[in-house]
Ligand binder design. Structure first.
Ligand code: OGA
Ligand code: NI
Length: 338
């Protein structure tokens, strides 16, 4: 399987059976998008700015599980370079892409497609997947993408700094010491998924990624400008998350919902495709290592009973891969009587 882009290049006029899906469909609400856009510039030196950004983040984590940030410290140039780089790779001849094709999740760099192995339906997307912490292995660096190592290592470093900044604010917002979440994740696992969603002749019949919530702690997502597709589920309605110049989308992922004992909600989202042009996104997943024991933080329990059972992150990922299409995997850990 050479990927969706390779299939589209052959000139298909229908959606092949394995991609036909109505999973998690449901109408998009064309409501005004009032997903918060929070400015992080100056928050390290200005207490008022820090306080107002922290309050906005607290509300967004409770209400949406999703928000956008500007003033985040990742340069426009780097944001543009990485999108161009992904387009470059997907414009290479299919056989050059296939050199890197793998479904081995332990490989530190790979090209892959469709969906997870256990899913019954395939997604209308191809992607590059890279490990950032622990680092990309020297032998895995793709030679046919100019500056790959330089661009992705600068990008991953900037995302790590941003994630740490957000985790400090979020910890304080939860009434914890600023270092608690960062310490909990020490060392963090950071990976990067660079997805390419090709055009689709019948976009109502396929889906770029079916609805899911990300399993880690937080996700930092860059959307390509000028093309839509990402939607967030808000009280049962699908709301488009329009790309905003210079902004990054932050989403609360399942481990943060568990650690916060349900104070914050991980947000369900999905990606639709279109007939006109491909879309690229860069998702950076920031979370625990596989051997990490996860449970609601003791400091937050007090009089409140834990809302989720404890687990190893590895076990959570296993059930995520088995269940995640159309379900909310976190529900497998919910303690029903609490
Ligand atoms: C993901 C994801 C969103 C996007 O890869 O988990 O939700 O806009 N991606 O590509
Ligand atoms: Ni996601």
């Amino acid at each position: 399987m050479a990927g969706v882009r390779a299939m589209v290049d052959l000139g298909i006029d229908h959606v092949p059976n394995e991609y036909l899906t109505s999973i998690c469909k449901g109408i998009t609400i064309k409501a005004p998008n009032n997903l918060p856009i929070i400015d992080l510039s100056g928050i390290d030196s200005d207490d008022l700015k820090r306080k107002s950004a922290a309050e906005a983040i607290h509300l967004a984590c409770q209400k949406w599980g999703f928000f956008q940030v500007i003033g985040h410290g990742i340069s426009n140039e780097l944001m543009q370079d990485i999108i161009k780089m992904v387009h470059y790779f997907f414009n290479l001849p299919a056989k050059e892409r296939m050199v890197y094709y793998s479904t081995d999740i332990y490989k530190s760099f790979r090209f892959s497609t469709g969906s997870i192995a256990s899913a019954k339906k395939k997604f209308w997307s191809d992607y590059l997947f890279q490990h950032c912490q622990p680092a990309l292995h020297e032998d895995d660096v793709p030679e046919n993408i100019p500056n790959y190592r330089k661009i992705t290592s600068n990008y991953a470093k900037a995302v790590d700094e941003l994630a740490r900044k957000l985790l400090r604010i979020i910890a304080q917002n939860l009434g914890l010491g600023w270092q608690i979440l960062e310490k909990h994740l020490d060392p963090p696992k950071q990976t990067m998924k660079m997805t390419y969603y090709p055009q689709c002749p019948y976009p109502d019949q396929a889906i770029g990624i079916g609805c899911h919530a990300d399993p880690g702690t937080i996700t930092v997502l860059q959307q390509e400008l000028g093309v839509e597709g990402l939607e967030v589920n808000y009280n049962g309605q699908w709301i488009p998350v329009k790309p905003v110049e210079g902004a990054l989308v932050i989403n609360v992922a399942d481990m943060l919902q568990i650690l916060s004992n349900n104070k914050y909600k991980s947000a369900e989202h999905r990606v639709l495709v279109n007939t006109k042009r491909p879309r690229v996104s860069i998702a950076s997943f920031y979370g625990p290592t596989d051997d990490k024991h996860i449970a609601p933080l003791e400091e937050l329990l007090g009089d409140n009973p834990p809302m989720f059972k404890a687990c190893l992150f590895r076990e959570y990922m296993d059930s995520f891969y088995k269940n995640h299409l159309g379900t909310r995997n976190i529900e497998t850990l919910r303690i029903l009587n609490n």
